[in-house]
Design a protein around this ligand. Structure first.
Ligand SMILES: Nc1nc2c(ncn2[C@@H]2O[C@H](COP(=O)(O)OP(=O)(O)OP(=O)(O)O)[C@@H](O)[C@H]2O)c(=O)[nH]1
Ligand SMILES: [Mg+2]
Length: 456
């Protein structure tokens, strides 16, 4: 099977390396704001299941395209002999010094690679661009072009009209935002460029679909487990120390933050984003009224009235609050609107577990716990945040190296789903969690994630 191999070429600083990075899902490809970041032709392989299915060569940008074209045209050459003339250019003594970038990018092409030409849709077509395209036509190799809309894509029409004269396939492609389906479109086009490439590209597309399903299962399972752990997280307090409880609460806060970060980091590195930076707009600040009162939390979770409805409908799920010593639902209404519940003692309830007394150990050795967090918004917020980040990561291109910001967004869960989440939380916190609930949770999480898999 012939492995498709394309060279990504074009002007300096137009996103060539970004395209290589996104298509090969490799965040070690060097990308830089300054021109001339790529100085030599480097080949990156796209592997699925340990098999190489595509090779892309990142190249430096054209520097002296017009001079190179003049050299090529300085002798009468028939169309049939143009590619031979380009080879002659590469063999010419002194050209490696005089035209290092052109020699670097044309060498792999003349050794048999196809061409993926990248242009900036914000800039009009210049004579230098025309020279580049003409040189590429002279190579005679299979070629396609993408317009990277780097700024306001003002010159889109002009580019489209020009490119179709030189290239077999032309599309707009933004390597910083391209979703999985958009990348698939590009891969399929590669399979059309040369008949002997189509088999490898078909395998690549099928392999990606299979991998998506596997990822969905893995992440569904991991996300469900992570949620269960957060819902039931508690920190031990020793009764020997008076400040023990507040220290344990502080540890709980930090643990919730840390575990959330770890979870996001785990997914991102599993998906090949190794330089992952996460920016968080609302940490698990359990020390104040945040879970109740800030707008952020309302967005993630539910507003007070809704919360009452949902936790009421969850039946004994209101027990999450009753556990915190607040009594029945009429009291709950007062507590919620009056903000009584916002104190740490209210919902960060210390819990005395039926500890096992071992033989002669004194009672003071018994443990109690800070947590689990009792607030009924908590299970909803933990889930909403985890799903949001997972969805953002799903399509995140590897050329995108900026921090991932947790953007607050409202959820579209039905009342029934909200109630279900609270009931699951209650079972977990009361140590009544069953295998079939775990299965239902995983299934529900996968359904939530499935919604974004095919989205562009
Ligand atoms: N706004 C915007 N910026 C982009 C886009 N694609 C690439 N960039 C940025 O443009 C800069 C250059 O990107 P590279 O991928 O390094 O470009 P290159 O063509 O490989 O550059 P050289 O190796 O210097 O020839 C980087 O700062 C990218 O983040 C895009 O579609 N939109
Ligand atoms: Mg580059």
């Amino acid at each position: 099977m012939t492995i498709p191999h394309l060279c990504v070429v074009g002007h300096p600083n137009k996103g060539k390396s970004s395209i290589v990075s996104t298509l090969t899902e490799n965040d070690s490809v060097r990308i830089g704001a300054e021109s001339g970041t790529t100085t030599s032709a480097d080949t990156f392989e796209f592997l699925l299941d340990q098999r190489v299915l595509l090779k892309l060569t990142d190249t430096p940008g054209f520097q002296r395209a017009r001079q190179v074209l003049s050299w090529l045209q300085s002798e009468e050459v028939s169309s049939a002999n143009r590619s031979e003339r380009v080879k002659q250019f590469l063999r010419e003594p002194g050209h490696a010094q005089k035209f290092p970038d052109e020699v670097a990018l044309l060498t792999p092409i003349m050794a048999g690679a196809g061409i993926l030409y990248v242009v900036d849709g914000a800039q009009p077509v210049s004579p230098a661009d025309e020279a580049e395209m003409e040189i590429l036509r002279w190579t005679g190799q299979p070629r396609m072009a993408v317009i990277n809309p780097m700024g306001e894509p003002r010159a889109l029409d002009e580019w489209q009209r020009t490119l179709t004269q030189f290239f077999q396939w032309v599309r707009i492609f933004n390597p910083l935002t391209a979703s999985v389906p958009e990348r698939l479109t590009l891969f399929r086009a590669m399979g059309e460029l040369l008949p002997e490439w189509s088999k490898s590209i078909s395998e690549l597309c099928a392999g990606l679909a299979e991998r998506d399903q596997q990822r969905l299962q893995d992440v569904g399972f991991n996300l469900a487990n992570y949620w269960c752990e957060q819902i039931n997280r508690r920190e031990p307090v020793t009764l020997l120390d008076k400040s023990g409880l507040s220290q344990a609460e502080e540890r709980l806060r930090r643990a919730l933050d840390e575990q959330e970060k770890q979870f996001f980091k785990h997914i991102s590195s599993a998906w090949g984003h190794n330089h992952f930076v996460f920016e968080n707009d609302a940490q698990w600040d359990l020390g104040s009224d945040t879970l109740m009162n800030t707008e952020t939390w309302y967005l993630w979770g539910l507003k007070q009235r809704e919360l009452l409805l949902v936790s009421g409908a969850a039946g004994a799920a209101t027990g999450l609050i009753v556990d915190a010593g607040l009594g029945g639902s009429s009291f709950l209404l007062g507590a919620l609107s009056g903000g009584v519940i916002g104190s740490v003692g209210g919902w960060l309830a210390a819990r005395q577990l039926p500890g096992k007394r071992i033989g002669w150990l004194p009672l003071a050795q018994q443990k109690e716990f800070a947590g689990p967090v009792q607030h009924p918004n908590f299970p909803l917020v933990v889930m909403a945040r985890a799903l949001t980040v997972t969805r953002q990561l799903w399509h995140r291109p590897h050329a995108e190296r900026g921090a991932l910001t947790l953007r607050t967004s409202a959820t579209d869960w039905s009342r029934q789903e909200q109630v279900q989440l609270l009931q699951w939380a209650k079972s977990l916190q009361q140590d009544q969690w069953k295998a079939k609930q775990q299965d239902a949770l995983v299934k529900w999480v996968m359904g939530e994630l499935q919604k974004v898999v095919g989205e562009g």
